[in-house]
Design a protein around this ligand. Structure first.
Ligand code: ZN
Length: 198
Protein backbone atom coordinates (compact mmCIF):
# COMPACT_ATOMS: atom_id res chain seq x y z
CA UNK A 1 0.00 0.00 0.00
CA UNK A 2 1.29 3.43 -0.93
CA UNK A 3 1.44 5.56 2.19
CA UNK A 4 1.83 8.87 0.40
CA UNK A 5 0.94 10.23 -3.02
CA UNK A 6 3.31 9.77 -5.93
CA UNK A 7 4.63 13.33 -5.74
CA UNK A 8 5.56 13.02 -2.08
CA UNK A 9 7.19 9.64 -2.64
CA UNK A 10 9.23 11.09 -5.47
CA UNK A 11 10.41 13.97 -3.29
CA UNK A 12 11.31 11.61 -0.43
CA UNK A 13 13.16 9.38 -2.91
CA UNK A 14 15.23 12.26 -4.30
CA UNK A 15 16.11 13.57 -0.86
CA UNK A 16 17.13 10.15 0.45
CA UNK A 17 19.61 9.87 -2.44
CA UNK A 18 21.64 12.62 -0.79
CA UNK A 19 24.58 11.57 1.40
CA UNK A 20 23.81 11.29 5.10
CA UNK A 21 20.04 11.49 4.58
CA UNK A 22 18.25 8.35 5.70
CA UNK A 23 14.60 7.64 4.91
CA UNK A 24 13.33 9.20 8.16
CA UNK A 25 15.21 12.45 7.59
CA UNK A 26 14.11 12.45 3.95
CA UNK A 27 10.45 12.20 5.06
CA UNK A 28 10.91 14.96 7.60
CA UNK A 29 12.53 17.23 5.00
CA UNK A 30 9.89 16.41 2.40
CA UNK A 31 7.04 17.41 4.72
CA UNK A 32 8.94 20.49 5.78
CA UNK A 33 9.37 21.55 2.15
CA UNK A 34 5.71 20.93 1.37
CA UNK A 35 4.69 23.16 4.27
CA UNK A 36 7.02 25.96 3.21
CA UNK A 37 5.56 29.01 1.39
CA UNK A 38 5.70 28.50 -2.39
CA UNK A 39 8.16 31.35 -2.96
CA UNK A 40 10.63 29.91 -0.46
CA UNK A 41 10.51 26.52 -2.18
CA UNK A 42 11.08 28.23 -5.51
CA UNK A 43 14.07 30.13 -4.12
CA UNK A 44 15.58 26.89 -2.80
CA UNK A 45 15.07 25.15 -6.15
CA UNK A 46 16.50 28.11 -8.07
CA UNK A 47 19.53 28.24 -5.77
CA UNK A 48 20.23 24.55 -6.42
CA UNK A 49 20.02 24.94 -10.19
CA UNK A 50 21.98 28.19 -10.10
CA UNK A 51 24.79 26.64 -8.04
CA UNK A 52 25.02 23.68 -10.38
CA UNK A 53 25.15 25.91 -13.46
CA UNK A 54 27.64 28.45 -12.14
CA UNK A 55 30.04 26.57 -9.93
CA UNK A 56 32.94 24.94 -11.71
CA UNK A 57 36.35 23.49 -10.97
CA UNK A 58 39.24 25.95 -10.76
CA UNK A 59 41.30 25.23 -13.88
CA UNK A 60 44.42 25.27 -11.72
CA UNK A 61 43.79 23.70 -8.29
CA UNK A 62 40.44 22.01 -9.10
CA UNK A 63 38.58 23.41 -6.11
CA UNK A 64 35.00 24.59 -6.58
CA UNK A 65 34.67 28.20 -7.63
CA UNK A 66 32.47 30.45 -9.75
CA UNK A 67 35.46 31.83 -11.64
CA UNK A 68 37.83 30.24 -14.16
CA UNK A 69 40.65 30.53 -11.60
CA UNK A 70 39.78 30.53 -7.87
CA UNK A 71 40.68 33.48 -5.58
CA UNK A 72 43.53 31.51 -3.94
CA UNK A 73 45.25 30.60 -7.22
CA UNK A 74 44.82 34.13 -8.56
CA UNK A 75 46.21 35.78 -5.40
CA UNK A 76 49.74 37.05 -6.22
CA UNK A 77 50.71 36.83 -2.53
CA UNK A 78 50.27 33.05 -2.42
CA UNK A 79 53.39 30.96 -2.80
CA UNK A 80 52.85 28.97 -6.01
CA UNK A 81 55.90 26.78 -5.45
CA UNK A 82 54.25 25.04 -2.49
CA UNK A 83 51.25 22.86 -3.27
CA UNK A 84 49.18 21.19 -0.55
CA UNK A 85 47.22 18.20 -1.81
CA UNK A 86 43.85 17.66 -0.10
CA UNK A 87 40.93 15.33 -0.73
CA UNK A 88 38.03 17.80 -0.76
CA UNK A 89 37.24 21.53 -0.92
CA UNK A 90 36.15 21.18 2.74
CA UNK A 91 39.69 20.14 3.69
CA UNK A 92 40.99 23.17 1.82
CA UNK A 93 38.57 25.36 3.79
CA UNK A 94 39.80 23.83 7.07
CA UNK A 95 43.41 24.80 6.27
CA UNK A 96 42.39 28.24 5.01
CA UNK A 97 40.65 28.88 8.33
CA UNK A 98 43.99 28.58 10.13
CA UNK A 99 45.16 31.62 8.14
CA UNK A 100 48.73 30.39 8.45
CA UNK A 101 49.28 28.60 5.16
CA UNK A 102 50.33 30.82 2.26
CA UNK A 103 51.00 28.21 -0.40
CA UNK A 104 48.41 26.95 -2.88
CA UNK A 105 46.32 23.76 -2.97
CA UNK A 106 45.39 20.89 -5.19
CA UNK A 107 41.99 19.27 -4.60
CA UNK A 108 41.74 15.61 -5.59
CA UNK A 109 37.97 15.25 -5.11
CA UNK A 110 38.33 11.88 -3.46
CA UNK A 111 40.95 9.31 -2.54
CA UNK A 112 42.14 6.07 -4.07
CA UNK A 113 40.04 3.20 -2.74
CA UNK A 114 40.47 -0.25 -4.28
CA UNK A 115 37.50 -1.40 -2.17
CA UNK A 116 35.15 1.16 -3.69
CA UNK A 117 36.72 0.74 -7.12
CA UNK A 118 38.16 4.27 -7.11
CA UNK A 119 41.48 4.22 -8.96
CA UNK A 120 44.05 6.96 -9.62
CA UNK A 121 42.20 7.99 -12.79
CA UNK A 122 39.00 8.71 -10.85
CA UNK A 123 40.58 11.50 -8.82
CA UNK A 124 42.30 14.62 -10.14
CA UNK A 125 45.87 13.38 -10.21
CA UNK A 126 46.60 14.02 -13.89
CA UNK A 127 45.90 17.71 -13.25
CA UNK A 128 48.41 17.67 -10.38
CA UNK A 129 51.12 16.17 -12.58
CA UNK A 130 50.55 18.90 -15.17
CA UNK A 131 51.05 21.56 -12.49
CA UNK A 132 54.37 20.01 -11.45
CA UNK A 133 55.87 21.04 -14.77
CA UNK A 134 56.04 24.62 -13.54
CA UNK A 135 58.32 25.81 -10.72
CA UNK A 136 57.21 23.70 -7.75
CA UNK A 137 59.51 23.18 -4.78
CA UNK A 138 57.34 21.17 -2.42
CA UNK A 139 54.20 19.05 -2.53
CA UNK A 140 52.62 18.64 0.90
CA UNK A 141 50.33 15.62 1.02
CA UNK A 142 47.47 16.39 3.40
CA UNK A 143 45.09 13.57 2.55
CA UNK A 144 43.17 12.07 5.49
CA UNK A 145 44.83 9.52 7.74
CA UNK A 146 42.27 6.88 6.71
CA UNK A 147 43.32 3.79 4.73
CA UNK A 148 42.24 5.54 1.51
CA UNK A 149 44.10 8.72 2.44
CA UNK A 150 47.31 6.81 3.21
CA UNK A 151 47.03 4.75 0.01
CA UNK A 152 46.63 7.97 -1.95
CA UNK A 153 49.60 9.59 -0.18
CA UNK A 154 51.84 6.62 -1.04
CA UNK A 155 50.70 6.66 -4.64
CA UNK A 156 51.33 10.40 -5.07
CA UNK A 157 54.70 10.15 -3.37
CA UNK A 158 55.81 7.39 -5.76
CA UNK A 159 54.48 9.34 -8.72
CA UNK A 160 56.33 12.55 -7.81
CA UNK A 161 59.64 11.09 -6.57
CA UNK A 162 61.20 10.75 -10.06
CA UNK A 163 60.65 14.49 -10.69
CA UNK A 164 63.01 15.40 -7.83
CA UNK A 165 60.39 17.68 -6.24
CA UNK A 166 60.33 17.50 -2.43
CA UNK A 167 57.34 15.50 -1.15
CA UNK A 168 56.19 15.82 2.45
CA UNK A 169 53.36 14.30 4.47
CA UNK A 170 51.56 16.14 7.27
CA UNK A 171 52.31 14.72 10.74
CA UNK A 172 50.11 11.95 12.02
CA UNK A 173 48.98 13.99 15.03
CA UNK A 174 45.72 13.92 13.13
CA UNK A 175 43.49 11.19 14.60
CA UNK A 176 43.33 8.05 12.47
CA UNK A 177 40.35 8.04 10.15
CA UNK A 178 39.61 11.61 11.20
CA UNK A 179 38.15 13.84 8.55
CA UNK A 180 40.37 16.90 8.25
CA UNK A 181 37.46 19.30 8.41
CA UNK A 182 36.51 18.22 11.94
CA UNK A 183 39.97 18.77 13.36
CA UNK A 184 40.65 22.01 15.20
CA UNK A 185 42.97 24.62 13.79
CA UNK A 186 45.75 24.11 16.33
CA UNK A 187 45.96 20.39 15.50
CA UNK A 188 45.94 21.19 11.78
CA UNK A 189 48.79 23.67 12.18
CA UNK A 190 50.78 21.23 14.29
CA UNK A 191 50.28 18.56 11.62
CA UNK A 192 51.45 20.97 8.95
CA UNK A 193 54.48 22.19 10.88
CA UNK A 194 55.50 18.65 11.83
CA UNK A 195 55.36 17.35 8.29
CA UNK A 196 58.08 14.92 7.27
CA UNK A 197 59.73 14.24 3.96
CA UNK A 198 58.61 11.07 2.20
ZN1 ZN B 1 42.47 27.35 -7.67
Amino acid sequence: MELYSGHINKLIDELSNLPGIGSKTAQRLAFHIINMPAEKVKRLADTLVDAKENIKYCSCCQTLTDKEICPICSNPRRNKSQIMVVETPRDLAAYEKTGKYDGVYHVLHGAISPMLGIGPNEIRLKELMVRLQSDVEEVIIATNSSLEGETTAMYISKMIKPTGIKVTRIASGVPVGGDLEYIDEVTLLRALEGRTEL
